[in-house]
Design a protein around this ligand. Structure first.
Ligand code: NAD
Length: 439
């Protein structure tokens, strides 16, 4: 069934719930079939996705494949490989006073899941949660971001061509459409985006007692210890920061280091940026653009927050902002007040590890914390004394490519997690079962 005219949200959800209740989505064969078709869509339409991601965000084809198309393919392959194991009931020991009996837990699908995606990885952040929701046996309503309109249109056109439209629907639109969707009763809502809208989603979900997963953002710090190799640290920091022009939820937001290390790191970062994008990043095919004028203007206003080490060039017409490093940035500077979500890397100076830990713990719990250090004690202290969604030693961003690690935030950076087996847990109910023979 195809629905060229947008269905009213109440009817859409009722239709999908009827399919769920009829048992359409429960058989493992249906789930694996949907995952395979999703995979086929990505392999057959890879070039389409590369083109729309370039149109929306100036992403290079290499980046479109590695961070979106191939990323989701890997997530699907991992799920297909392990789904049977994840779905196996897990036995639980039975206390002696119950006599002869057995007990176990089993995963039940939840029903109709709403997935709301943002614009920065507009394909990955819609399709990876969808893959988890389908693997867990749910019907899915997918809402791509209106701020990545070309990708949204491609997803709305292609997904119904590949997936079972009795149980999967794509709804395009902005705030009014999302608001109308949120009035419906879903069995789970999975939202990726900012904390302000996260609160709106959670309040709407509360009316129906619908559980939510909120994948939010925040300022992810990168601590750089003294006696680290500045060139190696700078190369990895710059790669993580300037990927997708800094519009990555787990990008290192700012650097925390002592004044001496800061001086050597400055030069190393300038060199790393030039190695990656040449003397003029606007001419580099590997460097994208800011999503829209609103974000461009917001970011340009932050460029004066510290001493310019490299970058600073910008052009509103093409929404280009050069990879920028700012030194001697005060914690009170505008750039330190909210998540940057763009290509500006401030260096904030602290006396050492103790002050860095106090700095991190004095602010919202970040989605990720990174540290570059040769010291086991420093690693152990950071792991034990701080709280963040994820923790990366020596390499930013990459923890989320490990499918057996949960990806999610804590506190202001979100609640719940997904990827691999954690998607299965998120999109299922873990049912407790007791079985005792009669007589
Ligand atoms: P966005 O503006 O695209 O919004 C996300 C979704 O929310 C969209 O589908 C949009 O339609 C919907 N929305 C917007 N306003 C709404 C409203 N008033 N009511 C209901 N729905 C509404 O994305 P964004 O928030 O600009 O994304 C950037 C943020 O997302 C950053 O904070 C970033 O750190 C975070 N992020 C987190 C992750 C993660 O996995 N944790 C990943 C990417 C982005």
């Amino acid at each position: 069934m195809n629905h060229p005219v947008p269905e009213p949200p109440a009817e859409l959800v009722a239709r999908l719930r009827a399919a769920f209740r009829a048992g359409t989505t429960k058989p493992v064969a249906w789930r694996t079939e949907q995952l395979r078709r999703l995979r086929t869509m990505l392999t057959e339409q890879g070039e389409t996705f590369a083109a729309v991601l370039h149109a929306d965000l100036g992403k290079s084809s290499t980046e479109a494949y590695s961070t979106e198309v191939d990323f989701v393919i890997r997530e699907i392959d991992h799920t297909l490989e392990h789904l049977d194991t994840w779905l196996r009931p897990e036995p639980a020991p039975v206390p002696a006073f119950l006599g002869e009996a057995s007990a176990w837990t089993q995963y039940d699908p939840l029903g109709v899941v709403l997935v709301i995606a943002p614009w920065n990885y507009p394909a990955q952040l819609l399709l990876a949660p969808m893959a988890g929701a389908l693997a867990a046996g749910n019907a899915v309503v997918a809402k791509p971001s209106e701020l990545a309109p070309a990708t949204s249109a491609a997803l709305a056109r292609l997904l119904p061509q590949y997936l079972d439209t009795d149980a999967v629907a794509v709804v395009e639109g902005g705030v009014p459409v999302t608001t109308a969707l949120l009035e419906q009763r879903f069995d789970h809502i999975f939202y990726t985006g900012n904390g302000t809208v996260g609160r709106i989603v959670m309040a709407a979900a509360a009316r129906h007692l619908t559980p939510v997963t909120l994948e939010l953002g925040g300022k992810s710090p990168a601590f750089v210890d003294r006696d680290t190799d500045p060139d190696a640290v700078a190369a990895r920091l710059a790669t993580g920061k300037f990927l997708n022009v800094g519009q990555t939820c787990v990008a290192p937001d700012y650097v925390l280091t002592d004044p001496e290390t800061a001086r050597t790191l400055e030069g190393a970062l300038a060199k790393a940026v030039e190695n990656m994008y040449g003397a003029d990043a606007s001419a580099s095919p590997g460097y994208g653009r800011i999503v829209n004028e609103r974000h461009f203007d917001r970011l340009v206003a932050l460029l004066g927050s510290g001493r310019l080490v490299t970058g600073g060039a910008h052009d509103r017409e093409t929404k280009y902002i050069a990879p920028t490093v700012l030194a001697e940035v005060s914690p009170d500077a505008p750039v330190m007040q909210e998540e940057i979500f763009g290509p500006i890397l401030p260096i904030v100076e602290v006396a050492g590890l103790d002050e860095a830990i106090a700095f991190i713990n004095g602010r919202d719990k970040p989605l990720a914390l990174y540290a570059f250090t040769e010291s086991d004690t420093t690693r152990e202290r950071l792991a034990a004394e701080t709280s963040s969604g994820g923790l990366g030693f020596g390499l930013p961003v990459a923890h989320l490519t490990i499918p057996d690690l949960p990806f999610g935030g804590v506190g202001e950076s979100g609640m719940g997690s997904y990827h691999g087996p954690y998607s299965m847990a998120t999109f299922s109910h873990r049912k407790a079962v007791l079985s005792k023979p009669l007589g």
